[in-house]
Design a protein around this ligand. Structure first.
Ligand code: CO
Length: 215
């Protein structure tokens, strides 16, 4: 485990030397611009490194991360990233990726107070309440895992409701949006939604939700 700031800078020098050894023009190409095909909306958790777990490199993925990988309609930070990725970079895919063992989801499940972050996690608590009928029947561990999954599906739904995505669907028929959960214990990614690229696909998610939600 790396614990000192000096180590980071040493690693950076090694990184530069290794890249240049493999490809002397690597940084020239990197500096030319970016054309990523993917926008990643993930959790800030240090164990869920998007490039590492998907085998992607610098330039492959535009990234936004926050606690519990939330798509909040009033979050100017997320909306700006989304608009730039969809309208300017014209990414073909937007992925919302949650993960089992998510501290944000866990905090939304317990009844303790955590300060400011409780406001941010309000939307996860809403999801917990909305799917109470399904979640109440599960034991603690299963409920935690299921809320991680439901939270991802909710965020995909929120994504499909943004005007950025809706306008791009009409204009270009993209991006495809996806909901994934990363399993820290195995390293595997588990898709939670089919590829969604239009209103019908989004409506199918709603139907799925209607089946398990509280009346
Ligand atoms: Co997390």
């Amino acid at each position: 485990m790396i614990e000192t700031i000096e180590q980071l800078l040493l690693n950076n020098r090694r990184f530069v030397a290794e890249q240049l050894m493999q490809d002397p023009a690597y940084f020239d190409h990197l500096a030319e611009g970016q054309h990523p095909q993917f926008l990643w909306i993930g959790c800030s958790d240090s164990r869920v490194s998007p490039n590492l777990i998907t085998g992607t490199a610098s330039g492959d993925m535009f990234v936004h991360r926050n606690i519990a990988n939330l798509v909040v309609q009033t979050d100017m930070n997320l909306l700006s990233v989304l608009q730039y990725a969809v309208d300017v970079l014209q990414v073909r895919h937007v992925i919302v990726c949650g993960h089992y063992g998510c501290g944000g989801v866990k905090a939304a499940l317990d009844n303790h107070e955590h300060g400011l972050i409780d406001n941010w996690l309000r939307t996860v608590k809403d999801t917990r309440q909305y799917f109470g009928r399904e979640l109440d029947g599960l034991d603690d561990e299963a409920r935690f895992r299921r809320l991680v999954e439901l939270n991802v599906v909710e965020q995909v739904y929120n994504l499909g409701k943004t005007n950025v995505v809706r306008q791009s669907w009409r204009a270009r028929g993209q991006p495809w949006i996806h909901g994934w959960v990363f399993d820290l214990a195995s390293g595997h990614i588990h898709p939670q939604t089919p590829m969604i690229g239009d209103d019908a696909g989004l409506a199918a998610i709603c139907k799925f939700h209607a089946g398990v939600a509280a009346p």
